[in-house]
Write a protein that binds this ligand. Structure first.
Ligand code: PLP
Length: 404
């Protein structure tokens, strides 16, 4: 019989959201009143978008599909992505700072995060912000870089705590030498956004430790404070030590359409002097045949003047939800971060178990949230509130939060 990849047995992924769904099902079954509109369960728990794609971007998608039915407009494989889209991404997000061969179009940031570790193999140390978006750890487990599970974390992963005491920015002296460091800003789940000084320190520490930063900027479209950097490449020295993954999911509502991009600068080299960019082109061409042409047509529409305006409008809508949620929590005296330059609010319940607080909010408010401990050991005693929801549901949920 074929033997199983031992890394799969080692993976703890897939626990958090199924467990939330199980608790929600059990609660619904034992509380028949949840079938009444005023008691229906409202979710502020997931990072999935809820609002329709706006008309100009939608017209780009429709037109992209129509083109495929014409002899002049038909296209097949696009490998690293439409050259026009790669150029447009460089213009809109990076002030034309990258050539099209440094921008790789993907079927989403998560997919590229999963593939990127193929570049580095199973022997390199991995550091993550703690708490963090689960795929950084789970991708490391799948490639064999995470080591064994011990209590609350994997032995091979350096968890860099981000908590109220350090302003949700890690102690960089704990960064392992010659490894990779995942860094997400605006952060999922904490909602904290690193400032210029902090990212300067991150790039400097990576340079000193020979580390490579995989910077996840999937929520850059939510930054409203003009002083905050949106990309790691706004920081001097980042081209020599960072890769940036990005996405149209959260600014354009493309969670189901699927489209993202990854920037791999030509300056980035391995310890032996080889080009990381050339290897990423090779890996992408070997196991990925490019993103949907229809999705790329939609992205081109998202990046012209009207599309950029629509993306801002959509992010502003979710930020409006976030302000309502944060306001409702702070009214109850619950300390929070995030929600101002990010769609997530990270609420603190000192001394409490995250799952107990989750249960309490479900029982008292009929609102589903995400327990912070599911994102890493430092998430204990926190709850993540997501602003992805319809406005009427968010308003109703906020009213119910007054019962806390
Ligand atoms: N990165 C972060 C931090 C996320 O929270 C998410 C989705 O929730 C993603 C990446 C996934 O992006 P995509 O839909 O492009 O795969």
């Amino acid at each position: 019989m074929i033997s199983r990849n031992p890394c799969i047995a080692n993976i703890k992924a897939g626990y958090l959201f199924p467990e939330i769904a199980r608790r929600r099902r059990e609660f619904t079954a034992s509380h028949p009143e949840t079938s009444r509109p005023e008691c229906r369960i409202i979710s502020l728990g997931v990072g999935n978008t809820t609002e329709p794609i706006l008309p100009h971007i939608d017209a780009g998608l429709v037109d992209g599909a129509r083109q495929l039915a014409t002899p002049e407009g038909y296209s097949g494989y696009q490998d690293e992505g439409l050259p026009a889209l790669r150029e447009k991404i460089s213009e809109v997000f990076y002030r034309k700072g990258f050539g099209p061969d440094e921008i790789f179009i993907s079927d989403g940031a998560k997919c590229d995060i999963g593939r990127l570790q193929l570049l580095f193999g199973s022997k390199i140390p991995v550091a993550v912000q703690d708490p963090s978006y689960p795929v950084y750890v789970d991708g490391s487990v799948l490639i064999g870089a995470a080591g064994a599970w011990e209590g609350t974390g994997y032995r091979g992963i350096s968890y860099l705590p981000c908590n109220a005491e350090n302003g949700y920015f890690p102690d960089l002296s704990a960064l392992p030498r010659d490894g990779i460091c995942y860094f997400c800003s605006p952060n999922n789940p904490t909602g904290a956004t690193a400032d210029r000084e902090q990212l300067d320190a991150l790039v400097k520490a990576a340079g000193e430790k020979g580390a490579l930063i995989i910077f996840d900027a999937a929520y850059m479209g939510y930054i409203r404070d003009p002083a905050l950097p949106k990309s790691i490449f706004e920081i001097a020295g980042a081209r020599e030590c960072a890769i940036e993954v990005n996405s149209f999911s959260k600014p354009a509502g493309f969670t189901g359409v699927r489209l993202g991009w990854t920037v791999v600068p030509k300056e980035l080299k391995y310890s032996g002097g080889e080009s990381v960019n050339a290897d990423w082109a090779r890996v992408s061409g070997t196991i990925f045949n490019g993103a949907s042409n229809i999705a790329q047509a939609g992205a081109l529409a998202a990046l012209d003047g009207e599309g950029v305006r629509e993306m801002r409008e959509l992010c502003d809508f979710y930020l409006g939800n976030a302000a309502l949620i944060r306001g409702a929590l702070e009214k109850r005296g619950i300390p929070c971060v995030g929600g101002d330059n990010s769609p997530y609010i990270w609420a603190r319940f000192p001394g409490r178990d995250s799952w107990d607080v989750f249960n309490q909010i479900l029982e008292k408010c009929y609102v589903v949230t995400t327990p912070g401990s599911g994102f890493g050991p430092a998430g204990e005693s926190f709850i993540r509130f997501s602003s992805f929801g319809h406005r009427a549901d968010v308003e109703e949920a906020c009213e119910r939060l007054s019962r806390l």
